[in-house]
Design a protein around this ligand. Sequence first.
Ligand SMILES: [Zn+2]
Ligand SMILES: [Zn+2]
Length: 347
Amino acid sequence: MRAARLHEYDEHLNVQLQLEDVPLPKITKPGEVIVRIGAAGLCRTDLHIIEGVWKDIQDPQRTLLPYILGHENAGWVEEVGPGVTSVKVGDPVICHPLRSCGICLGCRRGEDMYCEHGSFPGLNCDGGFAEYMLTNERALIKLNPNVAPVDVAPLADAGITAYRVAKKAARKLSPGQYCVILGVGGLGHIALQSVRELCGARIIAVDRSEAARKLARDLGAHYVLDGTDTIVQEVKDLTHGGAHVVIDFVGELGAEQISWQMLRQGGTHFVVGYGGAIHVPTVHMIITEIAIEGSLVGNYIELVELMELNAEGRVKLHGKQYRLDQINQAIDDFKHRRIVGRAVIVP
Ligand SMILES: [Zn+2]
Ligand SMILES: [Zn+2]
């Protein structure tokens, strides 16, 4: 089958994925499923993988390369292994990004991302920038008949990551309070719609790209700012003292440092984007009682909930399609912020 594989890490992103013919994935264990990929989202994590940010975590022995990236996958069931009963050949499905075990305590608590025996196609084994991918039955959610894989693939990861943090934020927000969404890209535009659907908070969207700001306005942000050097003061003025929640989808290039400064007393800074480091004076933490909280992808049920909102047209993905053989162009466009919403790779 055709697949796009990474052959070397490069911290400056000056490498291309290689399009090549590779053997088809094979079912070797009960519960495994092969999915014919309908579409796969391109994620900033793919760029961070290429840069080598993940190599000491996912590839400490340096035995992973070459391998197939792509962890935001949807398509159709192609083949089912022994014991699979909930899906059949031909079913349209979206794949939770983790192949979790179902047995460990993390899984039994419902937090798939805490699975002790999980694997993450596209991160630590072959993913979906290919015609077919191996996953397991537990990862699959059947799509509503009116939903096409290409319209939802990035919801598998970008979508649930945004939805999980929006749900955490909504628990802390009341109508009239303020939520800053920093970065209205692939995740931010889903979070904006999710916060809008889950609570009555006022949303302040911040992005340096004019196209992203336009998307934020179209999706119902109450205020849209361009993220210049005066952003902290602008947010403080607009919110009469600081935001109640800031969700940072950038996490690097200085965004991680301004996020907590926009909060009022008792506010929460959610960290979703990554790459940088946060330095907060401890005295500031106690005087303001702010909290800084991470958020990691999302669990299976969160993806089920998001797919319900999507099927009703309440949270939609804005994407741009590329063919698999255009994947390096897509990466380049992503790197230079020429994509509004999410890039979707179609094999
Ligand atoms: Zn992703
Ligand atoms: Zn588990």
